[in-house]
Design a binder for this molecule. Structure first.
Ligand SMILES: O=C([O-])CC(=O)C(=O)O
Ligand SMILES: [Mg+2]
Length: 227
């Protein structure tokens, strides 16, 4: 059970160099590189196709239909941070739009992941302000009920501690524990190098069947080619 009305001002982010090391990699690579962990549910989608972000989380626990705590959270942003908003109850209202995006950007924040709705989608795309949400919904919200800022939250089935790295693109959203940032960045780099080598071989016409040495296993399993 969450205690409400809490704002932690001090959170542990990865070092700037560790955070920068993770920056080049996309969601699928990072998810695989960290041992197939950390994914949010796939109903969280980018508001526009090119949206992507990578940065430490400032977390928010919202009440349904109420965006008060998003305004409280904006004050806690440091340059490069990502807002990650969960809700105490499922809600698809438009908690966030271009005005809040303008404010987040003015404070150095780089985007939002919200297990709720957002609105002003055309303006967000125009601004190239990345938002990942469960819905686009014009329905507005009030500012009346306390939630919390910078407490651990579960957002779309992923546990997010304040300061954890959040990576999001067209493939979805993945959360990297702050302390694992460097190690996951290095594993991501290795994975991309490995995939570059495979891509070259596949482009040259080599088959996955041979590259992954699957023929022997297929024969052992009894596969036969007829005709
Ligand atoms: O104002 C709100 O409550 C949400 C919104 O549309 C915006 O931030 O532009
Ligand atoms: Mg608006």
């Amino acid at each position: 059970m969450h205690e409400l009305g809490i704002v932690h001002r001090t959170i542990t982010r990865p070092s700037a160099s560790d955070a920068a090391a993770l920056q080049p990699f996309g969601t699928s690579t990072v998810h695989e590189a960290m041992g197939r962990l950390g994914l949010m549910r796939p109903y969280i989608r980018p508001v526009y196709p090119g949206a992507k972000l990578c940065g430490p989380a400032v977390t928010v626990l919202l009440q349904p239909g109420d965006n008060w705590m998003l305004h409280v959270a904006v004050e806690q942003l440091q340059p490069g941070d990502v807002l990650v908003a969960a809700c105490t109850t499922e809600c698809e209202d438009g908690f966030f739009g271009e005005l809040l995006a303008t404010s987040v950007r003015a404070r150095g924040g780089v985007g939002l992941v919200i297990d709720g709705g957002c609105r002003d989608a055309a303006a967000l795309e125009e601004m190239d302000f990345p938002v990942f949400s469960r819905a686009i919904h014009a329905k507005g919200t009030v500012k009346a009920t306390l939630g919390s800022v910078n407490v651990p939250v579960v957002c779309a089935n992923a546990l997010v501690h304040p300061g954890d790295m959040v990576v999001a693109d067209i493939d979805g959203v993945v959360v990297v524990p702050a302390a694992r940032t460097r190690e996951v960045a290095e594993a991501s780099r290795e994975r991309e190098e490995n995939e570059a080598a495979k891509r070259k071989r596949l482009a040259a016409g080599e088959l996955g069947l041979d590259m992954y040495q699957m023929r022997g296993k297929l024969e052992a399993a009894g596969l036969r080619y007829l005709g």
